[in-house]
Design a protein around this ligand. Structure first.
Ligand code: GLP
Length: 238
């Protein structure tokens, strides 16, 4: 069963996530961090920056990136990471990894990305959010559990959920590069963050359903070291 910790509010949940990562960095300054995007981890990044911890030796690998958006597009996950962390920390640019959504050969880019994670020694910790349909990274329902980093089609519901960041639904990319569930499960430790009542059903399914590819986050039940950090609203259906 997954270890679940419930916090009174979003700030407390975010602070706890940052504290766990800071403790890891104090022990291992060159730790390899797997990092998410989305609204959920913004408070985590704020708390990590506020802690003043040095990331000068850390290596980071993001979970996913849209396919076909220029890096400079404000809604690319690269731009998100620049705003949330890269520009606010002492991370070295050469240690910040994120799939290149504009690579001439996206499938080759996926292979290269997997190899880069392996060459870094694997992920010491991976921080995740969860989608309304239980997706992790961009592993939509039906994803194989041994899948590696690959090109995926986005579910219409995911495109609609992310349309709030674009001028119209039409502008939301239809594909992405994401770490696979197999890649995710190889991280040595996983933190999953969820906040708000709209995530409560996905959180309940993730924690209480038998593992099923219909709810990708249930794959985390197979991992020996996952901590689920929730605010009260996200935990409401447990
Ligand atoms: C996006 C990302 C996921 C993220 C999820 C939830 O599509 N690919 O990594 O966990 O949706 O996002 P949010 O935190 O904004 O609810």
């Amino acid at each position: 069963p997954l270890t679940v910790e419930v916090f009174p509010d979003y700030a407390a949940m975010s602070g706890r996530a940052a504290e766990i990562v800071v403790e890891l960095l104090q022990e291992k300054p060159d730790a390899v961090l797997g990092l998410p995007t989305g609204s959920t981890p913004l408070g985590f990044y704020d708390a990590l920056v506020a802690s003043g911890v040095s990331l000068a030796q850390a290596r980071t690998f993001n979970l996913d990136e849209y396919l076909g958006l220029p890096r400079t597009h404000p809604e690319s996950y690269y731009s998100f990471m620049k705003r949330a962390l890269y520009d606010r920390s002492d991370l070295r640019p050469e240690n910040c990894h994120i799939p290149d959504g504009n690579a001439p050969d996206p499938h080759e880019e996926c292979r290269r990305y997997e190899e880069a994670i392996r060459a870094a020694g694997g992920l010491d910790i991976l921080v995740l959010g969860v989608g309304h349909n239980g997706h992790i990274g961009f592993n939509e329902p039906g994803s194989q559990w041994d899948a590696r980093t690959r090109v995926v089609n986005l579910a219409e519901s995911t495109r609609r959920a992310n349309a709030r960041f674009f001028n119209s639904l039409d502008e939301v990319p239809r594909q992405a590069i994401t770490m696979g569930i197999g890649t995710i499960l190889e991280a040595r430790r996983i933190l999953l963050l969820a906040s708000g009542q709209e995530k409560a059903p996905a959180v309940r399914d993730m924690v209480e359903s038998a593992p099923t590819p219909d709810v990708p986050a249930t794959a985390l039940q197979l991992h020996p070291n996952v901590t689920v950090l929730l605010d009260r609203e996200a935990a409401a259906l447990l």
